[in-house]
Design a protein around this ligand. Structure first.
Ligand code: NAD
Length: 328
C-alpha cells in the first residue's frame, strides 16, 4: 500500500495519480473537504483527517505495516502566504512530528518527506546571478524564516528517526513546482500560476497592465510537476538517505517568466513593479550534481513547455469560473 498525505493538494494529487498508474493500492489523506481536492480518484481510499493530531496520524497509517508513506501535507503557499503566516507554516511541525512517530510505531517500510529549497542559507541567495545551491549549502543554517526553519527541523528529525529508530526516510528539497491542478488564486498561489492568472485576466478584461511583485530581476528555477513526481518516485526507490534537490536548473528572472507567459498568450503588457510586495530571496537555483550522481537523472521539462500546459489549464479554470480555496 502507498499512503499519500496532502493528497488533496497540488503535488499530492499528481502523485496519487502516478501511483495508481503504476498499479499500487493507494490511501489518500487530506484535511480539506473532498470537493476541494484538486484531484480525487474513485478507486482510492480517500480520508479526511487533520494530521496535526497524533490520533489522526495513527488513523491515516492504520494497517500500514510495510507500506510506503509520502508525507506532503503542509500549511503552505507562495511567498505572499509564507511571509505573512510564519507561525502557521511552523505549525506543520505537528504534522511532521506526529506522522513520523505514527510511522515508526506502525512499522512502515519507507517514509518520504517533502522539504523545500527554502531551507537554504539566505546568505547564498543574495545575488540574482546566484551560484546554484548544493545540498551542503543548507548549513550553517539560516533558512527562510518560519516555513524554511520548520522544513529544516523536520528534515533533521527524519535523519534522527533513521539513526535512532531504523526507519527508512527519504527527503526531497523541491524547487518551485508548477503545473496544472494547483493553486492559482486566493492567496496561496506561486509566481508561475499567479502570472498566468494575471495575464489571462488582462486579456479577458482588456487591460494592458500587469502587476509584478518585486523588481522583476529576482531569479528562480521552476520545476514542472511531472518532473517533480518522477524525481520523487526515483528518490523513494533509491538508497539515498540524505536530502536531495528535486529542481530544474533552468534559471530565469521573473521578468523572463512574464515574457514567456506573454508569448503564450500573444500579448504584451505594461509592467508595474510592486517593490513592497513579498518577493523572497534575490536568486535561487538548483545544483543537480548530487541527483545526477545518485539517481542518474534530473528534471528535463523546459519552462516554456511546462508553462504552456499550466497556462492552458488555468485559462480553462477561469473560463468556467472555478477558484482555488482562499486563505482563511
Ligand atoms: P498544497 O498546499 O497544494 O498541498 C498541501 C496539502 O496539505 C493541502 O491540500 C492541504 O489541505 C493539506 N494539509 C494542510 N494541513 C493539513 C493537515 N493538518 N492535515 C492534513 N492535510 C493538511 O501544496 P503543494 O504545492 O502540493 O506542496 C506539497 C508539499 O511539497 C508541501 O509539504 C510543500 O511544503 C512541499 N513543497 C512544495 C513546493 C511547491 O513549489 N509546490 C516547493 C517546495 C516544497
Amino acid at each position: 500500500m502507498r499512503i499519500v498525505t496532502g493528497a488533496g493538494g497540488f503535488i499530492g494529487g499528481h502523485l496519487v495519480r502516478a501511483l495508481l498508474e503504476a498499479g499500487h493500492t493507494v490511501r489518500a489523506v487530506d484535511c480539506k473537504p473532498l470537493e476541494e481536492w484538486y484531484q480525487c480518484f474513485g478507486d482510492v481510499e480517500n480520508i479526511r483527517l487533520d494530521l496535526r493530531d497524533i490520533d489522526a496520524c495513527r488513523s491515516a497509517l492504520r494497517g500500514a505495516a510495510g507500506a510506503e508513506v509520502y508525507n506532503l501535507a503542509a500549511d503552505m503557499g507562495g511567498m505572499g502566504f509564507i511571509e505573512n503566516h510564519k507561525a502557521l507554516c511552523m505549525l506543520s511541525v505537528l504534522i511532521n512530528t506526529h506522522m513520523l512517530v505514527a510511522a515508526r510505531d506502525v512499522g512502515v517500510a519507507r517514509y518520504f518527506f517533502s522539504s523545500s529549497a527554502c531551507v537554504y542559507n539566505a546568505e547564498k541567495q543574495k545575488d540574482p546571478a546566484v551560484i546554484p545551491l548544493r545540498e551542503a549549502d543548507a548549513y550553517p543554517a539560516m533558512p527562510e524564516d518560519g516555513y524554511g526553519w520548520e522544513k529544516l527541523f523536520s528534515e533533521r528529525m527524519c535523519r534522527h528517526f533513521t539513526e535512532d529508530f531504523g526507519i527508512e526516510t527519504r527527503v526531497a528539497r523541491y524547487h518551485n513546482v508548477y503545473g496544472p491542478n494547483g493553486t492559482f488564486d486566493g492567496g496561496r498561489e506561486k509566481a508561475p500560476a499567479a502570472i498566468c492568472r494575471k495575464v489571462i485576466a488582462a486579456l479577458n478584461g482588456g487591460t494592458k497592465t500587469i502587476e509584478i511583485w518585486g523588481d522583476g530581476k529576482q531569479t528562480r528555477s521552476f520545476t514542472y510537476i511531472d518532473d517533480c513526481v518522477e524525481g520523487t518516485a526515483r528518490l523513494m526507490a533509491s538508497s539515498v538517505r540524505e536530502p536531495l534537490n528535486i529542481g530544474s536548473s533552468e534559471l530565469v528572472a521573473i521578468d523572463q517568466l512574464v515574457s514567456i507567459v506573454e508569448q503564450i498568450a500573444g500579448i504584451t503588457l505594461e509592467r508595474r513593479y510592486q517593490l513592497d510586495a513579498p518577493k523572497g530571496v534575490n536568486g535561487r537555483n538548483s545544483d543537480n550534481t548530487l541527483i545526477q550522481a545518485q539517481l542518474g537523472w534530473e528534471p528535463t521539462t523546459s519552462l516554456r513547455a511546462g508553462m504552456e500546459r499550466t497556462y492552458a489549464w488555468i485559462e480553462q479554470q477561469m473560463l468556467t469560473g472555478r477558484r482555488s480555496t482562499s486563505v482563511a
